[in-house]
Ligand binder design. Structure first.
Ligand code: ZN
Ligand code: ZN
Length: 269
């Protein structure tokens, strides 16, 4: 696999990245949107975060910005290949070579800690007056987000969302497959935060194994309230800087303890 990737030209690598991101968007995000917001089976209605919320942005507008995001991802992929060929990255090919599987797991954890810090502060910057009005507002048109919002960004924000890969791979040695696994985790958190449902097991917000994670409800509240819950994976940045919406745990637990009848209220897509 590594040899194959290494042999790709810049344009082939662009197509490779566009292919992967398109597969995630059209193969996973769009079907999830259709299931949760059009088909509306009982299992997803039960987990809906906002009941009956309106969506002022049209799906086709979200699709348009998402295609632009996919292209930005592909272009940044080409730039990353260029930096790789310059020898800037500490990407390695033999798992046994750098600390084995223990380091492999640690590198993923380190990557998430690094990315979380980057994401939190970049997101805070996006909420400054100028950047919000001209860039980030596109993403916030979804007050009650669906999976279609996961890639709905202005091109500048789409670029900033992936630009962290440059310092990440310069600073942290990662096995090449760990890079792809890390990007898959990033995608799952991103999409999970925009589905409109909270699929995490009951109690996740308070139990020791989940009390440091954001959960989909956390990001959904960000879309409703704008000025809180900025982080991606972990809660500590929001806790340290006082941006964690104090009612997040209550909203989460209310969803998980909701009576089935309450979930039957119509939710407009
Ligand atoms: Zn969002
Ligand atoms: Zn925001």
């Amino acid at each position: 696999m590594y040899e194959l990737l290494n042999s790709l030209s810049y344009f082939e690598f662009f197509l490779f990245i566009v292919g992967i991101v398109s597969l995630r968007y059209f193969g996973i995000a769009v079907p999830m949107y259709l299931v949760i917001w059009k088909w509306k089976p009982a299992w997803s209605e039960k987990m809906k975060i906002q009941l009956g919320g309106r969506r002022p942005i049209k799906p086709k507008i979200e699709l348009m910005w998402s295609v632009s995001t996919i292209l930005v991802n592909g272009l940044w992929g080409m730039a990353m290949l260029y930096f790789y060929k310059l020898g800037w990255f500490q990407v390695y090919t033999e798992i046994s070579g750098v600390g084995g599987y223990l380091y492999y797991a640690a590198s993923l954890m380190l990557g998430m800690i690094f990315h979380d810090a980057y994401f939190y502060w970049a997101h805070r910057a996006m909420h400054t007056k100028l950047l919000y009005k001209h860039v980030h507002e596109i993403h916030h048109k979804s007050i009650n987000p669906t999976a279609l919002a996961a890639y709905c960004f202005h091109p500048l924000e789409a670029f900033l969302e992936v630009a962290f890969l440059l310092p990440l791979l310069v600073l942290i040695p990662m096995h090449y497959s760990a890079v792809f696994l890390f990007l898959l985790i990033t995608f799952l958190f991103n999409m999970g935060g925009h589905l409109g449902i909270d699929f995490t097991p009951k109690g996740t917000w308070d139990k020791w194994w989940g009390s440091w994670l954001t959960t989909p409800t956390h990001h959904n509240i960000h879309h409703q309230r704008f000025n809180c819950n900025y982080a991606l994976y972990y809660r500590y940045w929001d806790e340290i800087f006082g941006t964690l919406y104090p009612g997040t745990g209550k909203v989460y637990n209310d969803i998980k303890n909701r009576e089935p009848a309450a979930a039957k209220q119509p939710a407009k897509a």
